[in-house]
Design a protein around this ligand. Sequence first.
Ligand SMILES: Nc1ncnc2c1ncn2[C@@H]1O[C@H](COP(=O)(O)OP(=O)(O)OP(=O)(O)O)[C@@H](O)[C@H]1O
Ligand SMILES: [Zn+2]
Length: 676
Amino acid sequence: MSGFSAAQGERSAHATAVLGPELHSRLASTKVLLVGAGGIGCELLKNIVLTGFGHITLLDLDTIDLSNLNRQFLFRKKDVKQSKALVAARTASAFNPNVKITPIHGNIKEPHFDIAWFRQFDIVMNALDNLDARRHVNKMCMAANVPLVESGTAGYLGQVQPILKDRTECFDCIPKPTPKTFPVCTIRSTPSQPIHCIVWAKSYLLPQLFGEDENAGGELDEAEKQGENAQEIATLRKEQTAFKAVRTALRSTEPQSEGPSAAQMAFDKVFHSDILNLLSMADMWRTRAPPTPLDFDAIANGTFVLDKKSNGAGHDGRPSNGTNGTAATNGKNGASSTATTGSSSSSATKLKDQKSLSLRDSLELFVSSTERLAARVRAGEDTISFDKDDDDTLDFVTAAANLRSAAYGIPGKSRWEVKEMAGNIIPAIATTNAIIAGLIVLQSFHLLRKSYNALRNVHVQFRPNLPLSTIRTCLPNPNCGVCRDTYTEVLCDPARVSLGEIVEGILGSGESEDDGTGAREVSVYEGQRVLSDPDWDDNNDRTLESLSVTRGKFLTIADEDGELGTVQVGIGILPPNHPVDGPALILPTPLPKPPRMPKPSTPTSVPVEPPTSVKRPAPDDDDDIVPLAKRPRTNGDANRTEAVTPSKKRKLDEDGLLLLDTADEALGDVEVIEIE
Ligand SMILES: Nc1ncnc2c1ncn2[C@@H]1O[C@H](COP(=O)(O)OP(=O)(O)OP(=O)(O)O)[C@@H](O)[C@H]1O
Ligand SMILES: [Zn+2]
């Protein structure tokens, strides 16, 4: 043995003893993709480097933030603002001279990380923090048939899920609870909890003043369709228009001459005029306490008084049991003497973030944060959106939420509480990440050894006498719209190949076992867009490129009769050595043969549109806009629609928008926290 390999032998003696020489020697040539170099990712990278994995591709889209340093131990202060993947790779490479780590600073959803790219790995490990990216990696692993170990932590809780196509449930086999959402009207007119006011400040007011200048009418159209109060919606539309004047004032570089400042205009609009408008709708306040319009000057000079009942809610810093104040009066004229507008002295000694804000504190914070944000916009920042680590936006949301809470008799929240709630923050616990990272490695050994009976879903739970629980993995959900599909891939030049060619090519002649199913009535989708169906083939002659179906995307071919499973066709590019005058399309061999679908055992109870009921107008020839989905993919089973087609709701949820659910959904503060 040379000196080097003797050292290597010593280094890996423990791992060899534990794993056995066969698996251990295989690790050196095993290719791992690790997605995410955050809390779990850093721990996991250290583990797999020390275990002896030889080829690691580490991908993360983000740069290092100061707040990462308390738990992402591969990073140091000097690394802040640098790529997580690059720094983590550099730090961890030093732990084992035999490892080759390839860092990629990028988003795993980028199109060039296509099926062929995923296929090069023996195993994929997820260390992500959002559903969207997790779903994406899950689907790519199904398409490329690569084992995946999925994981997540939330405070003291965590879980690891080994995933292998056809053998275990995939990440999407069990629908995930979507983040809690609120009816538009609860947020916009009738908040009853602090979280409603925080969501309003973060997702409505901040974008209205400093976000893109877009017409938010769509949300109201949708609310109207959902049957929400028409008069209320008309009032909200009026509000919308009035925002324009405030936006303009905030952006104006003209020196202010007379009249209220832009910050005061914003205040007067949202905390005074809009509330007066709402109060004019008497119907709305028959069954609930009406809000109190706030008065800028009176709050500023300490003469503003909120009715005790409506404001007995913590604006003086004390916790309150009352959440829904009863009839509030405009404190200026009211007889109540519970003025809580002065600066809160009792909490003066508290840390700034934990201090409860008096009404005047909130007003001052509102003015100063609005001015700071306005100055940024005037200095050229196009749009500003909420970021819990951006003090200006956090101050703005804290102040606006507390002012709104005061108007509605809702308890106030400290800056720290607002940060937690608005940032959907769950404290990250380094120990939980470390435990989970260890468990990921153990499950990946089972996958690599093909000891499938040993695979377990493992949960770290908050039970001191049973901190870990393990559950045998289950077979895939037969109705899963992700892992039950048949995956295949075409290599093509999307600028030269038409939709029709691909679909015909994939269906094949059906004459032999390897030659597909033969022509069938199918609908073709890309994501949620319908590209063709048996009644509508206008897009068939269009190139994939003109339909925006390019590398990394999937064409979904669904059998209209529901007899055969759905085929997912991944779009790959032609090989580098492909002759320029060669064919623009290389089909897979053999062609996919989706399985026969079992007939639904019970007659479908959910009414579905008949397959060919509606013809959509053909798009104009020169119209580049591709049609939107006419109906969800059903795969012949009406009950599958939710699982098969990512609903608009899910999409919007992922974008963090407010949605209409049931009219009177009441949620505790905790429920809004999305556990990833
Ligand atoms: N689509 C994606 N492509 C690549 N990396 C991603 C993608 N989505 C999330 N990530 C990365 O996954 C990691 C998740 O790590 P973690 O949950 O610790 O989050 P964090 O951003 O480091 O911490 P925090 O959110 O608490 O500030 C992050 O580094 C994030 O950049
Ligand atoms: Zn599945």
